[in-house]
Ligand binder design. Structure first.
Ligand code: HEC
Length: 115
């Protein structure tokens, strides 16, 4: 009986989650770009703003053509890397373009306050 109740609650929660997911995103593409860029934050800092004292290069304010070129060089293996060749491999040209636009337009002092 208790189990049945819990199962019913779980089903209700899943249905609610499904309904929420079915809502059209206000700007699905912008969200997609932000979530791709967020994967870089773990190493390159929030919104690409480098952490003071860390050697990791900042991405915020990185000129777009250079950022595109770097990511493609990592992806193609023309630039040696410890990790970036693995990461860059996951993105299409269009995604690289979108990621580069995102970071090129971040303030270099963003630190989570750019919006
Ligand atoms: C797991 C940590 C990690 C993640 C995640 C990561 N990077 Fe990197 N990134 C590095 C390291 C380390 C380097 C130095 C090159 C190397 O050894 O791979 C680097 C170098 C770079 C460079 C070259 C900077 C320069 O001026 O030489 C760019 C551009 C770059 N990353 C962009 C990105 C982007 C865009 C993302 C997200 C899609 C990302 N990185 C995610 C670790 C990471």
């Amino acid at each position: 009986m208790r189990f049945a109740l819990r199962a019913a609650n779980t089903v209700a929660a899943l249905v609610a989650a499904g309904a929420a997911a079915a809502q059209p995103a206000p700007d699905a593409n912008a969200r997609h770009v932000r979530s791709m860029a967020a994967t870089c934050a773990a190493c390159h800092g929030t919104d690409g703003a480098a952490v003071a004292g860390e050697a990791m290069p900042a991405l915020a304010g990185y000129p777009k053509p250079a950022l595109v070129a770097q990511l493609k060089a990592f992806r193609d293996g023309t630039r040696e890397a410890t990790v970036m060749h693995q990461i860059a491999r996951g993105y299409t040209d269009d995604e690289i373009d979108a990621i580069a636009t995102y970071f090129a337009t971040r303030a270099t002092t963003a630190r989570g306050r750019s919006r």
